[in-house]
Design a protein. Structure first.
Length: 443
């Protein structure tokens, strides 16, 4: 791993980063019916902060062993010495009446091993300590650890404790209380001399700003953004352009990330990002994003591995993914259960190894094949007819060459496309048909 450079940069709540351009996301997982739910620490990596590769097959890399024995709302901090600290809410599941004044803490030199696990007590109040994050306060020479709690005001506010080591911390103070319920604070520090705090207000994401980092100094200023009921804001600055991204996690519909972009935090206005441009890790919830070096990116992939499966996103319905349901091929809107219906192993073509076949992850004896031009999930019967029906050639996307299209092996004038959300192989010619036949192969 390359040495980290402890730079004070405005990249979310982090205060330092290593050279290079990549990102790590920390999250936990929940799915509609619980089949994809896990309250351990999950990690994903991205070269651009938009398209994510889950690590460790989207399984946790570490799980709490104290308190509620689960976590929510994990956050990765780059410390001033270039190492990492991971913070998380001490809560497993959705029992909001569970009260813990503690947060989970891990240390790590490289996010490949985790040491020093403990819980840090933040207050003695009869209330929670939710969604912890931290940033370096250079004026104090300490880290500010912010979180959501109910104080004497009777509503949630953003609290702060100061710490040098995440083992002991100062007494809590109110960091931000606009007079109404606020949770999920995320910081961008020192952007042209201004500090920004984004938070959840009702079902929207709103920003406040201050020229200092003093508790009580932030005032609301931005236009609210939302897609449904939205929480858990994440501010991310592109390491290669001047663009800022604001991520939000929706709870209506449950567990869908949306992203907005802006060329200026000072403007306080955001434009919704095309969903074709970003893909969240499957079942991810309330994430934190931290810049890392390209070397760290490579090392994390080497340590934890990329998934052995893929998901395919529709080009003209980017909220929908290719899946099987009742053994019929179709595209459906994320999220759904069983989520494994949308996971595929793209294996060498059964009729021609230069092509591909789609092997189901949750029904591994079955492959996607066409029958009367409609795609269905059938058991491989070993016949040449089956092998041909289940083989396709991956080509440059017909509507966008950076995406992919799939041409039938035995009907070479026909491509996989969706029609009324059901998958078929058809000749394609019109602009709509070309879009119907275009998919993104990712995770």
């Amino acid at each position: 791993m390359s040495a980290a450079l402890p730079l004070s940069l405005a990249l979310g709540a982090g205060s330092a980063r290593a050279a290079g351009s990549a990102y790590v996301m920390a999250y936990f997982t929940e799915s509609p019916n619980g089949t994809g739910t896990d309250y351990g620490l999950h990690l994903a990596v991205s070269p651009d902060s938009l398209r994510w590769t889950p690590l460790n097959q989207n399984n946790p890399v570490v799980t709490p062993t104290e308190g509620a024995l689960g976590l929510r709302d994990p956050f990765v901090l780059r410390r001033q010495d270039g190492t990492f600290t991971v913070l998380a809410t001490d809560l497993k599941g959705t029992d909001w009446s569970y009260i813990s004044q503690y947060v989970h803490v891990w240390n790590s030199t490289d996010l490949r091993t985790f040491t020093g696990y403990h819980r840090l007590k933040l207050h003695d109040m009869a209330t929670h300590a939710w969604a912890p994050e931290a940033f370096w306060d250079a004026g104090r020479g300490q880290y500010a650890l912010i979180y959501s709690a109910v104080n004497s005001s009777g509503h949630n506010v953003i609290m702060v404790n100061y710490t040098s080591d995440f083992v002991t911390a100062s007494a809590p103070q109110v960091f931000f209380d606009p007079g109404y319920d606020v949770i999920d604070g995320d910081m961008a520090v020192g952007v042209n001399g201004v500090n920004y705090l984004y938070f959840k207000k009702g079902g929207t994401l709103v920003g406040a700003r201050s020229t200092t980092l003093d508790p009580g100094s932030f005032t609301e200023f931005s236009t609210a953004v939302a897609h449904g009921g939205t929480e858990a804001p994440i501010l991310v600055k592109s390491q290669t352009t001047g663009t800022w991204y604001l991520w939000g996690d929706t709870y209506t519909p449950n567990g869908v990330f949306y992203a907005w972009q802006s060329s200026s935090l000072a403007a306080g206005t955001w434009t919704a990002l095309d969903q074709r441009l970003y893909t969240q890790p499957v079942n991810s919830k309330h994430a934190g994003i931290q810049p890392i070096s390209t070397t760290e990116y490579d090392n994390l992939l080497a340590r934890w591995g990329a998934p052995v499966w893929n998901r395919l996103k529709s080009y003209n319905y980017p909220a929908r993914y290719l899946r099987h349901a009742n053994f019929v091929g179709r595209i459906d809107e994320y999220p759904f259960d069983p989520y494994t219906d949308s996971q595929w192993k793209l294996v060498p073509g059964l009729a021609d190894s230069a092509g591909v076949s789609f092997q189901s992850v949750n029904y591994p004896t079955r492959y996607l094949r066409h029958y009367d031009y409609q795609l269905q999930l059938d058991v491989n019967d070993g016949t040449s007819a089956y092998s041909q029906d289940a083989t396709f050639y991956r080509t440059a996307g017909l509507a966008d060459s950076t995406w992919s299209s799939f041409r039938s092996y035995n009907y070479p004038t026909r491509y996989i496309r969706h029609s009324d959300y059901v998958l078929r192989i058809d000749p394609v010619a019109t602009a709509t048909e070309l879009q119907d036949a275009t998919f993104s192969v990712g995770y």
